[in-house]
Design a protein around this ligand. Structure first.
Ligand code: ADP
Ligand code: MG
Length: 408
């Protein structure tokens, strides 16, 4: 037995199965209304204020490059672009032309250089265009839309009492909403841009208070936002910068009707940005419905790509052999005192394997959509702190883990 310690290694298949019927947070989110109380807005009859959305001035070093040099740079970063009039990528933070308050927050993070998606997405977003950006998880998409959001917000009139947000970010899960909020806080604090995260499975009171105090950025899961809109705790009349983050995952989770409802409440001449790790047909359809004259950037192949920093070992085996192989790997890994994430296809398998490992003395916990939010937070906390170094997750839960894991 490795250094995880633990009890007996006997396999007790008769261990009682306790089914949980907790409603998961996104189930709650999905069920909390489809926005039937929200009336469609006839935008053609509405008087809307003009707004500023193009803040981009190409750096002179970028202007001086030949087309060939731009092509070479894009190729070296695996940047592929499509659409009319795509701006050239930048090569450094300085070349993006951010104001000093943004540069200071970037320096505070100690980032050496922009990631490929940032190099191309910043000029695209800063020039006020509708943007589709596809890049793998962990590639730095959040500040690709969050930093341009700061400039956008600072160029708009101040919020008046009763105004809703200027920037709205839709995200599939609470974990992601909170992570995006943390990034916005890091980079927005210096210019006093306020934000809040609105998600299901948590008390509404504090969220309502934030909304009513006035926030420039709202990061929300779709169901809870609809709830807040229907109960008139906020409104989207001031939204001119809309981000759909993890669009593919939101569609996988069945949020399309809610997303459509929400978008119908936002003025059509807004700037819309869509971020996704993959680019399947249903995401393409959503983009063509919501974005105008869009420009697109893909990093890496147009197909889903694996992260080259991760060594992948594929073992082909029968179902029957799986558990023995798992234990063999755990034995080896535990002697290195490392943390282990096990992804499985279904909630049921997650629970089964967790039980199997625990009975066998392994410090394993599971996380998936049928767990209450409080329990999910607790499990993640135990894993991060190393008290329970084995985490079994369904892949829906995995997106929210992605960045938490990188910060372990
Ligand atoms: P994604 O949304 O593409 O999955 P994130 O935006 O969450 O990725 O970024 C993943 C991690 O990389 C975060 O911890 C973020 O702070 C960090 N990061 C972002 N941009 C840079 C950069 N230019 N250099 C180094 N780290 C970065
Ligand atoms: Mg992300």
């Amino acid at each position: 037995m490795g250094s995880y310690g633990g009890g007996s290694r006997s396999t007790d298949w008769s261990y009682p199965r306790t089914e949980r019927f907790d409603r998961g947070f996104h189930d709650q989110d999905k069920m909390s209304g489809l926005g039937g109380g929200l009336r469609p807005i006839d935008w053609s009859s509405q008087k809307v204020e003009r707004f500023e959305k193009n803040f981009y001035v190409e750096d002179k070093h970028i202007s001086a490059l030949s087309d060939r040099e731009v092509e070479d740079f894009r190729r070296s970063k695996e940047i592929k672009v499509q659409g009319r009039g795509v701006p050239r990528p930048v090569r450094s933070f300085e070349e993006a032309g951010f104001p000093e308050y943004v540069m200071a927050s970037i320096r505070a993070q100690g980032f050496a250089s922009p990631t490929p998606i940032q190099c191309q997405a910043w000029p695209m977003a800063l020039s006020g265009r509708d943007v589709v950006a596809i890049a793998q998880t962990g590639s730095g998409k959040t500040i690709s839309f969050a930093l341009p959001a700061m400039l956008h917000i600072n160029a708009q009139p101040l919020l008046a009492p009763g105004d809703g947000p200027i920037a709205l970010v839709l995200a599939p899960t609470r974990e992601l909403a909170v992570q995006i909020q943390q990034e916005c806080t890091k980079f927005g604090a210096s210019s006093r841009i306020r934000n809040t995260a609105i998600y299901g499975g948590a008390p509404k009171g504090p969220q309502i208070r934030d909304l009513q105090r006035g926030v420039e950025i709202v990061i929300a899961t779709p169901g809870r936002l609809i709830d807040m809109l229907e109960s008139q705790k906020t409104n989207l009349r001031r939204v001119t910068y809309l981000v759909l983050d993890e669009a593919d995952r939101m569609l996988d989770m069945g949020f399309e009707p809610q997303i459509r409802k929400i978008v119908s409440q936002i003025r059509p001449d807004r700037q819309t940005l869509m971020f996704s790790a993959t680019w399947p047909k249903d995401v393409q359809k959503l983009a063509s419905d919501f974005l105008r004259d869009m420009i697109q950037v893909n990093i890496g192949s147009m197909e889903l790509t694996a992260n080259p920093d991760i060594q992948q070992i594929v073992e082909v085996c029968s179902d029957f052999e799986k558990r023995a192989k798992l234990i063999k790997h755990l034995d080896q890994i535990s002697s290195e005192n490392a943390k282990v994430l096990i992804f499985v296809g279904t909630k049921r398998v997650a629970d089964d394997i967790t039980k199997y490992l625990r009975v066998d003395g392994w410090p394993a916990l599971a996380i998936h959509g049928d767990k209450e939010q409080r329990e999910r937070d607790w499990v993640l906390g135990e894993f991060k702190a190393g008290r329970s170094p084995i985490l079994i997750a369904t892949d829906v839960a995995s997106r929210g883990l992605g960045m938490s894991v990188s910060s372990l």
